[in-house]
Design a protein around this ligand. Structure first.
Ligand code: ZN
Length: 263
């Protein structure tokens, strides 16, 4: 079984289209949430994402844009984007967002689970080994947890004795990138991780629509349970078009400029 992992598309239609054009053959799509928020095409992205599969975990932006939560926790830019998204969503799409399942969900037996933030709290950010420590709970059968929310491709692992941070190694331009590093090249790249027997993993496919690890290219991953591998991918997309749509929609400029920086 090959599962395509998508997370944090954030209403970026150009990025989603580029990802699906580049995606290797797969049997299922597992979506880790934040389908909407920030980007200019929430309705089109929901439509495309629903065509791809039925496995979804809700994200915090999905919750807020569907009116399930207040916007107080968001910064002013995210608040403006959430208000705009709520206004343009069709009633059907809003209803669909309202009924997304909170994580964790188990799409493939007891050993694998999908969450948005952390298995302990859907809104937690797993950015450091310290964050990951309690989330890599050794008391359950779960060996592999896929998460999103941070918009940073990579993850964490433990063999019970040692703890590791995992970063896809794209050679000289490895993420997370230094702020002064030159922009990532406009070509696709991939990095394969072999899953080891007895180890536990927390893995983030990265963000399709608003990467924050210094690499502007759309991020996703593929889990292959026969080969026991997870492959991380980066693909270029029509950044200018996505930025143009954000500006034309009257969304904050920062939401367009940050796409170029991958921050
Ligand atoms: Zn997000």
């Amino acid at each position: 079984m090959r599962a395509l992992l998508l997370s944090d598309i954030h209403a970026n239609l150009e990025a989603l289209e580029a990802v699906m054009a580049a995606a290797p053959p797969h049997d299922v799509v597992w979506n880790l949430g934040d389908v909407v928020g920030y980007g200019a095409n929430p309705n089109e992205v929901i439509e495309e994402a629903r065509k791809l599969g039925r496995v979804f975990v809700r994200g915090n932006h999905d919750r807020v844009c569907a009116g399930l939560d207040g916007i107080e926790e968001f910064n002013p830019v995210a608040q403006r984007a959430a208000r705009w998204t709520e206004c343009v969503l069709t009633p059907e799409h809003r209803e669909w967002l309202r009924h997304l399942a909170p994580g964790p969900i188990a799409p493939d037996g007891p050993f694998v689970r999908c969450v948005h933030g952390s298995p302990l709290d859907e809104d937690d950010y797993l950015l450091t080994l310290r964050d990951a420590f309690p989330a890599l709970d050794t008391s359950t059968d779960v060996r592999l947890t896929f998460f999103g929310h941070t918009h940073v491709q990579g993850g964490f692992a433990t063999n019970g004795d040692d703890w590791f941070r995992l970063v896809p190694d794209f050679g000289h331009h490895r993420a997370p990138r230094h702020p002064q590093a030159p922009p990532a090249p406009p070509e696709p790249e991939q990095f394969e991780l072999e899953l080891r027997e007895g180890a536990r993993y927390l893995l983030n496919p990265g963000s399709v629509g608003q990467p924050r690890d210094g690499d502007w290219r759309a991020a996703f991953a593929l889990y292959d349970d026969a080969r026991m591998t997870v492959t991380w991918y980066r693909v270029p997309y029509d950044l200018r078009e996505a930025q143009e749509r954000i500006l034309c929609a009257g969304l904050p400029d920062r939401l367009a400029s940050r796409l170029r920086d991958g921050r």
